[in-house]
Write a protein that binds this ligand. Structure first.
Ligand SMILES: [Zn+2]
Length: 323
């Protein structure tokens, strides 16, 4: 009993942080450490664009100290949820300071997926640290320090992604996905995007969108397209089989993966996506026989071939002389 009371008091001491989505829940956990509890409204694997809040979410939000939202039309349902809950929590817009990409499809709508560029992730971390410091000023230094440490890891991930994407030959650097979640990623890491659905998954894909993607695959001769962890892969699988390209793998855009997946955290989500993209787009199944003179592995095979020809000539010569 005493133990239970102690535990209750202990957890009440912690700042209760509620995020709209699992990516931000992970960010908050990294900054707040043991001074907070970190929860997400949309569960791992759920689609934050189309989520319908449950009665238990009202309770979760009403008991929060700090609520983290992305904004930029990501979680349109959250304003009503916050209002209905009557919460006293501080609400922080964690995309503050991000340079938003405007949707090409919907006028006056911003693309919400800013976290896909790790340099924006750094800004999210500043905003979350500041939000935590505002609700818990006595631990402000702790949050600032943890935030700085976490940001140095995010910056490392940013450099890793930049270097990895640069290894994909420019003409194959085209990323085809289910929904348009990679515009910030594409802008930051120099990869061209094409998706069946727009920046939200709310509206169904049109047949003209499917045709546009099929044309792009045929024109570019890319070897692979990519499914997403929060979206039904059926349509993309159909396109892949119709065009004879492979599914390059599963990408994580709007949610981190389960604890036992390869993308259980924000940072791992970005680096895992990058590894999947690089592996599939540099795949040997491409019908490209162009020789890149800067490519040492190509040079290696040229030397092997030359060596083999010389050896065969030598054998031929020796045989002829022995006759
Ligand atoms: Zn999305």
């Amino acid at each position: 009993m005493l133990c239970f009371v102690a535990l209750t008091v202990f957890s009440q001491d912690k700042i209760k942080v509620v995020s709209s989505a699992s990516i931000f829940q992970d960010m908050a956990k990294n900054i707040g450490g043991d001074k907070i509890t970190s929860e997400s409204i949309v569960p791992i694997g759920g689609d934050p664009h189309t989520y319908t809040p449950k009665p238990s979410d009202v309770e979760l939000v009403s008991s929060a100290d700090l609520i983290l939202i992305n904004g930029l039309t990501f979680e349109g349902w959250i304003t009503e949820l916050i209002e209905n809950s009557g919460t006293k929590a501080k609400v922080v817009l964690i995309t503050e300071g991000v340079d938003p990409i405007t949707s090409q499809k919907y006028h006056n709508a911003s693309d919400p997926h800013a976290w896909m560029d790790a340099s924006n992730g750094v800004k999210y971390v500043y905003n979350i640290s500041a939000g935590l410091a505002a609700v818990d000023p006595k631990n402000a230094l702790f949050y600032a320090d943890n935030g700085a440490k976490y940001n140095s890891k995010i910056k490392k991930a940013h450099d890793y992604i930049t270097n990895q994407i640069a290894t994909i030959p420019k003409e194959q650097r085209i990323l085809i996905t289910s929904h348009d979640a990679f515009q910030y990623y594409g802008r930051a890491y120099d990869i061209t995007l094409n998706a069946i659905m727009g920046i939200s998954t709310e509206s169904e894909a049109q047949s003209k969108d499917v045709q546009r993607v099929i044309n792009a695959i045929k024109e570019s001769k890319i070897p692979a397209v990519f499914i997403e962890s929060t979206i039904n892969p059926k349509m993309l699988q159909q396109i892949a089989s119709d065009t004879g390209v492979k599914i390059g793998g599963e990408l994580f855009a709007d949610s981190v993966g389960d604890a036992d997946s390869e993308a259980p955290t924000y940072i791992k989500m970005l680096t895992h996506n990058t590894d999947v993209i690089v592996n599939a787009l540099t795949g040997t199944s491409v019908e490209s026989t162009k020789i890149d003179h800067d490519n040492t592995s190509n040079n290696f095979w040229i030397y092997i071939a030359l060596g083999a020809v010389m050896l065969l000539s030598l054998v031929f010569l020796v045989l002829k002389m022995n006759k």
